[in-house]
Write a protein that binds this ligand. Sequence first.
Ligand SMILES: [Zn+2]
Length: 103
Amino acid sequence: MIRLCQSDSAFTIQQYYDALQAQGIGCLIRNQFISGAAGDLPIQDTQPELWLMDKDDLTMAKKVLNELSSDSDEGEWVCSSCNEPQEPAFHLCWQCQQPRNSA
Ligand SMILES: [Zn+2]
């Protein structure tokens, strides 16, 4: 499995999940129900995450999420760590997991 993205919004993750399922892309949500433990864990470990069952689906999954967020103001961004171009929907680099706003 490979982590596709995470969000502080369980609603957003659920939207992504539904969109991927509709395309027949196997995925699952992690950290959806543990918000009660947030006080004891680093925040990045408690945010809902979307995982792909098969990393071969990554390109298709990125395309689906990109279309889902196509009406967003946000554009593509480039990872500050590995310089990989990123889709607007992602908050972490899909390649090296670097957070989007990290310098
Ligand atoms: Zn990166």
